[in-house]
Write a protein that binds this ligand. Structure first.
Ligand SMILES: Nc1ncnc2c1ncn2[C@@H]1O[C@H](COP(=O)(O)OP(=O)(O)O)[C@@H](O)[C@H]1O
Ligand SMILES: [Mg+2]
Length: 337
């Protein structure tokens, strides 16, 4: 009997398309009449929604333009400023499947393109081509996010360059196959630098990027640290123990200190600066250890050179009106050193 034609699998991502339009005003709280396409159902590849997430309007609009109009969006900014999480949280609200690839030194061309692998079929060992990340994502409505784009190795970057064009087809040379992107396929990336390499010494491992590559990104948005009021809102949302009204003076002082470390870094007084990620860890540590100074040293102070401690102590004094007092707090809190 001839084989029945296979029924299309309703769970197959390749058959899905965005079928809804969401109001940007209602979904992201941004004053605009723009709408964006979104998927009706969630899929295991859609990131989880973080209800406390604070969207930066300019960055969010840039990302939404990428999703709505199939533009390639590169998000650049200092570490821990919320680049990766902004992309994930936008995708989460659009129900857009999202695949994050960290371009650390271990990702190779074969991981991206695919390779021949030995598999078992009907008890026989056969060599089969296994698709890499790029061909898999390209054929599905997936937002492919290249994280730490400026850390990618040159051979890897040239694979990406081929798909950066809007209609970028992808040729699997060993397979003699040309893949056309799914209409819902998107490419985004995050980077600390904008392709100039490690200019300020903060980003060891950042590569200089080829200008032909930078040129292929349609939208380049910058996300640096947010204004203090927004930063306070983020920490309050992330560390509920600090979010109560009574703690707002504490939050204000913490965010002010983070601001001083950034100014100190810019002026050359400090070799490192406090990112929002570290600010959140500081808040978490306060909830664990109970002492602000100790929590500060554990989250940030100990990342600085010993010679920079007096500068930190001075910042702490300015923001909290008291000494940093490290050892005392630990023994008070009953924590063994
Ligand atoms: N706008 C924001 N709202 C809520 N949390 C944020 C926001 N920005 C950053 N965070 C939190 O800060 C941390 C660092 O963010 P991440 O996106 O990993 O930074 P980056 O990719 O820029 O290094 C994450 O835990 C994230 O949830
Ligand atoms: Mg990141």
């Amino acid at each position: 009997m001839p084989d029945q034609p296979a029924q299309p699998d309703p769970c197959d991502l390749r058959l899905r398309h965005p079928t809804r339009q969401l109001s940007v005003r209602e979904t992201f709280g941004i004053a605009t009449n723009m709408t964006v396409p979104a998927f009706a159902e969630r899929d295991p590849h859609v990131p989880d929604i973080d209800p406390a997430y604070c969207f930066d309007p300019a960055v969010t609009l840039a990302l939404l333009a990428g999703f709505a109009h199939n533009r390639r969006v590169l998000l650049q900014g200092l570490h821990g400023s919320g680049k990766s999480s902004h992309i994930e949280q936008v995708a989460a609200r659009l129900n857009w499947p999202c695949l994050r690839v960290n371009l650390d030194g271990h990702i190779s061309r074969l991981d991206l393109v695919g390779r021949d692998a030995i598999t078992l079929r009907d008890g026989q060992q056969v060599t089969e081509f296994q698709e890499g990340i790029v061909p898999w994502a390209l054929q599905r409505p997936v937002a492919l996010v290249f994280d730490e784009y400026d850390a990618g190795r040159p051979d890897v970057m040239f694979v990406i360059q081929r798909i950066l064009e809007r209609d970028g087809q992808f040729t699997l040379l060993d397979q003699n196959r040309v893949l056309r992107p799914h209409p819902g396929f998107r490419i985004l990336a995050t980077a600390n630098t904008i392709g100039q390499g490690n200019l300020n010494g903060l980003y060891a491992g950042a590569q200089r990027l080829n200008h032909a590559q930078i040129d292929r990104w349609n939208i380049v948005a910058t996300l640096d640290y947010l204004p203090p009021a927004q930063e306070r809102a983020i920490v309050a949302a992330r560390v509920p123990a600090l979010g109560e009204a009574a703690q707002s003076a504490l939050l204000e002082a913490m965010v002010a200190l983070a601001g001083l470390t950034r100014q100190g870094f810019a002026a050359g007084d400090l070799s490192t600066l406090m990112s929002p990620r570290t600010l959140i860890s500081w808040g978490d540590n306060i909830a664990i250890f109970g002492d602000v100074g100790q929590a500060f040293m554990l989250a940030f102070g100990n990342k600085c050179d010993a010679a920079e401690r007096p500068v930190l102590a001075e910042y702490f004094q300015r923001c909290f009106g008291r000494e940093l007092g490290i050892g005392r707090a630990m023994s008070d809190a009953g924590v063994k050193l």
